[in-house]
Design a protein around this ligand. Structure first.
Ligand code: PMP
Ligand code: GLN
Length: 399
């Protein structure tokens, strides 16, 4: 069957097809397959190798036994919407009506897709911070939006205020923030967030903020952009239970925003997945209500893992940027003599049995050379696994 034509054109625009017309898988799929095929330690795709809290796991098992196995309501189960609203108030003092201003989605991924598709028209600009999480570019392109970027540069990965001012125009429909940031582990400070709000107000743009790493901040507290003066009414906040509760396979995400924005996003979301994850929804509600100690311990445990992997990478000869949050650390392979991280990442499994991801996978093709020697490594793994990885990385100096 010939499937060329419009699908191919759309897919190529969204970087789903390579130059040869073949389907290109995401970098995460490619690198996890390489790790499995070579028996390497997978510090590529960001997923934990340990389960989350028992209360949350038990709740999902119980829900299945209790027959919570059919379609949940379109906006999400009330127990979860109420838990999301309570969480936003408890941690950030943000008030949302669980019936009108909260929407449960199939992970943050669907939340992002439904938001971008609902709120942009062909030709609108979606501004992201580069490197950017890969789905942002793909969805913007699938919706016919124009993807523009502001650079985040080694080693602190903060945007330059003048470049940001220049990048926001009257064509900018969405300013899409990822805070804390994947792949760099950077957090935007209050001044940067205030500038984003000011620019959004000035140019009539909406702010979409992907905060899936909100509870994994090590050095300073997370600041949701919606808490800034004037921000809440124009901000769509997206998060998910995957990272916070080490349940990336459950795909329970959510959005908090003004009721009319939620309605527009729901109109799209109902034709993407309709609904998802019935027994996982009450379980994530249990997670969101866990005591403060759970959230503090999760961040502290991950901070120790960050320190372990950072020290090992430095010892192995990489230059390393310090992430203040999230799952990932960026290392520069140039001091080891590898100028091309994409090639380095394909060699690494064979050399020492470790998988990482080239940062060039998170940038527009025309900007790849600016990030060419940088590699992203995930530290959301057991300490023994990280010890083993560090040991293997140390062999790079004297292979
Ligand atoms: N946004 C960012 C920044 C991510 O790193 C990820 C992947 N974990 C997602 C969104 C997707 O989240 P989910 O698995 O909840 O769809
Ligand atoms: N968010 C994960 C990462 O950045 C991967 C998610 C995926 O494979 N799509 O590694």
């Amino acid at each position: 069957m010939n499937v060329s034509g419009s699908w191919q054109r759309a897919a190529r625009g969204a970087m789903l097809l390579g130059a040869d017309g073949a389907l290109s898988t995401t970098i995460f799929t490619e690198m996890s397959a390489l790790a499995a095929a070579t028996g390497s330690i997978n510090l590529g795709q960001g997923f934990p190798d340990e389960d989350g809290p028992d209360e949350v796991l038990d709740s999902a098992r119980q829900a299945i036994s209790d027959g919570i196995n059919q379609y949940p309501p379109g906006r999400g189960m009330p127990v979860l919407r109420e838990a999301i609203a309570a969480h936003q108030e408890r941690f950030y003092g943000l008030r949302y009506d669980p019936d009108r201003e909260v929407l449960v989605t199939a992970g943050a991924t669907e939340a992002l897709a439904a938001t971008i598709l609902a709120l942009t028209q062909s030709g609108d600009e979606v501004l992201t911070f580069e490197p950017f999480y890969d789905s942002y570019g793909a969805i913007a392109a699938l919706g016919g939006a124009t993807h523009t970027t502001v650079a985040l540069r080694w080693p602190d990965f903060q945007p330059d205020a003048d470049e940001l001012r220049a990048a926001v125009t009257d064509r900018t429909r969405l300013i899409l923030i990822n805070n804390p940031h994947n792949p760099t582990g950077a957090q935007f400070d209050a001044e940067t967030l205030a500038l984003i709000v000011e620019l959004a107000q000035q140019h009539g743009a909406l702010i979409v903020t992907d905060e899936v790493y909100e509870h994994l901040a090590f050095d300073r507290p997370h600041i949701p952009v919606a808490t800034l003066p004037g921000a809440a009414e124009r901000t769509i906040t997206i998060s998910s239970g995957g990272k916070t509760f080490s349940a990336t396979g459950w795909k329970i995400g959510w959005i908090t925003a003004a009721a009319e924005l939620i309605d527009a996003i729901l109109a799209v979301k109902q034709f993407l997945t309709f609904v998802n994850g019935a027994p996982f929804q009450p379980a994530i509600a249990v997670g969101l209500g866990l005591p403060d100690a759970f959230f503090a311990t999760a961040a502290a445990t991950l901070r120790d893992k960050r320190d372990l992997l950072m020290a090992g990478l430095r010892e192995a000869g990489f230059a390393v940027a310090r992430p203040s949050a999230g799952y990932f650390v960026i290392a520069d392979a140039a001091p080891l003599g590898y100028a091309d991280a994409a090639e380095f990442c394909r060699l690494l499994p064979g050399l020492i049995g470790v998988v990482g991801i080239p940062v060039s996978a998170f940038v527009l093709e025309e900007h790849r050379s600016e990030y060419s020697s940088l590699v992203r490594f995930a530290y959301c793994k057991r300490a023994t696994v990280l010890d083993d990885a560090v040991d293997r990385l140390s062999r790079l100096r004297s292979p």
